[in-house]
Design a protein around this ligand. Structure first.
Ligand code: IMP
Ligand code: MG
Length: 186
């Protein structure tokens, strides 16, 4: 797996530091005059599970967790084929403050689909946090509340992000060698 890596774009230490900053900011934004609000954290599976696990342990607030599974990159494609909500396990989110988490903001298709779906369920608020935002107009035009890192418009894996469902367990965010996407003929 290590042999497939081209270069590290965002290293594990940089991620850890930024996650602590994000957690502090998000916690402060959810703290009103009467003290803390409760949060329902909703990671979009599978990609945001690593982010959720790290972020939540720096947020000392009363918290529930809801789950949504969305597929946008079937198989080994490098551009989204349109996002598909495969399942939800949200419980009753009416009146709750939702923090939706996604690994990366690319075309914005996932958020355009998921945010209105959550809003229809009557929550008190919906805020969105993405770990990465790609440098492309579609991503910049999609409203989000928190961004971990701005990255170039390249395909990346690691820290939850996959190619063909692999590489999610890499601790750094990396690009892959060209040969991985298009193996040379034997
Ligand atoms: P969007 O719907 O086009 O904004 O893309 C969001 C989803 O596409 C993310 O949650 C990822 O699952 C996937 N995605 C987008 N860009 C990448 C990438 O560079 N590597 C891996 N997955 C990606
Ligand atoms: Mg994905």
């Amino acid at each position: 797996m290590e042999d497939d890596i081209d270069r590290v774009l965002v290293g594990r230490d940089q991620i850890a530091t930024r996650i602590q900053e994000l957690a502090r900011q998000i916690t402060a934004d959810h703290t009103g005059a009467e003290g803390e609000t409760e949060i329902t954290l909703v990671p979009i599976l599978t990609g945001a599970m690593v982010l959720a696990a790290d972020l939540m342990r720096h947020m000392p607030v009363r918290m529930k967790i809801g789950l949504m599974t969305v597929s946008s990159y079937p198989g080994r494609s490098l551009r989204t084929q349109g996002s598909n909500v495969l399942g939800t396990q949200l419980g009753d989110i009416s009146g709750r403050h939702i923090l939706l988490l996604d690994d990366i903001l690319d075309s914005g298709g996932t958020l355009r689909r998921v945010v209105p779906m959550l809003q229809e369920m009557g929550p008190a608020s919906v805020r969105v946090c993405v770990l990465l935002r790609k440098d492309r107009p579609a991503a910049r035009e999609t409203p989000v509340d928190y961004v971990g890192f701005e990255i170039p418009d390249e395909f990346v894996v690691g820290y939850g992000l996959d190619f063909g469902d692999y590489y999610r367990n890499l601790p750094d965010i990396v690009t892959l060698k060209k040969a991985v996407y298009a193996p040379p003929p034997p």
